[in-house]
Design a protein around this ligand. Structure first.
Ligand code: SF4
Ligand code: SF4
Length: 395
């Protein structure tokens, strides 16, 4: 296993993401035997970091993780959990919710704790005086119930930079979606650079983009097999990340024993990507994109009479075109009405300035439509609101 030194700890570079445990078809509940087996294998292979969150698997991930870890000494592994500020039904007793997570994880402290899913929209909740989240979480840290504080992030690079500037010295690591597709599709490269510039560690979620980079289309997979017929598609996604020196943790949401075995093989026999392999991955990523080739150069921004953040809107557009999800929509939810794609008046100045020849007004019009008609975070969050109310005995 490869390890990284982080504040005096040796963290396995492969972390176990606990958001995708499979259900036992017979009971419809999490297959705990399989979780135990995967954990035993991972731990014997050197994995020492386990990442869960209050809402994962409808609140059952924390319990399943704790069950699988209970036979191991508490100081032999690290647990990461998250505060669900983005899923709250309104202001709640934050400390009661935090303590509930501790109880479900069968522990009295978290080694790592994150504000879950900061975006342009959720940041307003996290920073609101009424919700009082950050002061309460900092109090838990002062009391020693949190050893290391970070946040997971799905917003744009500008917000990341502003947020890190505002909280200089508060957070120690940032978890972002990063893989060889999102390196350019979601501007993960810029986010990696911003976090690194702030002297913090980069934690990675979705290294295989929800499994899509683990099972590539046949033609793409064949290009990788030409390098090594034994290597899995997923191994290339991990090797891409392992080549980035400030990535301290790579979380893989494993749900099959075979995945654990394959990942251990990759992390035990790491081989840097050759130039040819790297170019092939970049090429495969380009082929997967279905949106516009925006390079984020920002030449178009100065002339926009509506002062829209065009590169940001186009990165959301590309995300929608790749796979529309509630998270894509959430990236627009926090914007003021006059900054949404629907505010574009179609003057075309941006397209004249664009070296890539992108028809920006057409893309923004399409984005406005996809946003209006696509999956809504508000709908996805409703069941979470009810679950939190029930857990906290709220009316
Ligand atoms: S077409 Fe839309 S995005 Fe482009 S400059 Fe005009 S208002 Fe701004
Ligand atoms: S000028 Fe074109 S490529 Fe550059 S940021 Fe604007 S839309 Fe993107």
């Amino acid at each position: 296993m490869l390890y990284n030194e982080f504040q005096g700890m040796q963290l396995s570079r492969l972390g176990f993401g606990c958001m995708r445990f499979a259900n036992d078809p017979a009971t419809g509940e999490i297959d705990q035997d399989k979780v135990n087996k995967m954990f035993d294998l991972a731990i014997s292979g050197g994995v020492n970091y386990f990442d869960t969150a209050y809402p994962y698997l409808s609140g059952k991930s924390e319990l399943a993780m704790a069950e699988a870890l209970k036979k191991y000494p508490r100081d032999s592994y690290y647990i990461a959990d998250k505060f669900p500020g983005h899923s709250l039904p309104g202001p709640v007793d934050n400390i009661a919710l935090f303590n509930l997570s501790l109880k479900k994880c069968n522990t009295d402290y978290f080694d790592f704790y994150l504000l879950h899913n900061i975006t342009e929209w959720s940041v307003k909740i996290y920073e609101s005086d009424e919700y009082h989240i950050i002061p309460d979480i900092l109090k838990m840290k002062e009391e020693g119930k949190i050893r290391h504080l970070g946040f997971s992030f799905h917003g744009g690079p500008d917000l990341l930079e502003e947020f890190l500037d505002r909280y200089e010295g508060v957070f120690e690591f940032v978890q972002i979606q990063c893989n060889y597709l999102d390196w350019t599709l979601q501007d993960a490269k810029r986010k990696y650079d911003i976090i690194t510039k702030h002297g913090l560690g980069v934690w990675v979620m979705e290294p295989c983009r929800g499994g899509k980079l683990a099972v590539l289309p046949e033609a793409d997979s064949a290009r990788l097999k030409a390098f090594d017929k034994e290597a899995s598609d997923a191994s290339y996604a991990f090797r891409f990340l392992l080549g980035l020196p400030n990535i301290k943790m790579i979380l893989s949401g494993m749900n099959e024993v075979a995945q654990v075995e394959d990942n251990l093989k990759t992390f035990n026999n790491y081989k840097a990507l050759s130039d040819e392999e790297y170019k092939t991955l970049a090429d495969i990523a380009e082929g997967m994109k279905k949106g516009v080739p925006c390079t984020q150069c920002r030449y178009c921004c100065d002339g926009c009479p509506m002062e829209l953040d065009i590169p940001y809107l186009l990165s959301v557009y590309n995300d929608y075109k790749y796979a529309a999800s509630a998270v894509s929509g959430m990236r627009l939810d926090g914007l003021e009405e006059n900054k949404l794609p629907s505010a574009c008046i179609g003057c075309g100045r941006c397209s004249h300035a664009c070296p890539q020849g992108i028809d920006v007004p057409a893309a923004l019009q399409e984005l406005a439509k996809m946003y209006a008609e696509g999956p809504k975070w508000a709908n996805a969050a409703k069941s979470r609101h009810e679950a939190i109310k029930k857990d906290l005995n709220m009316q």
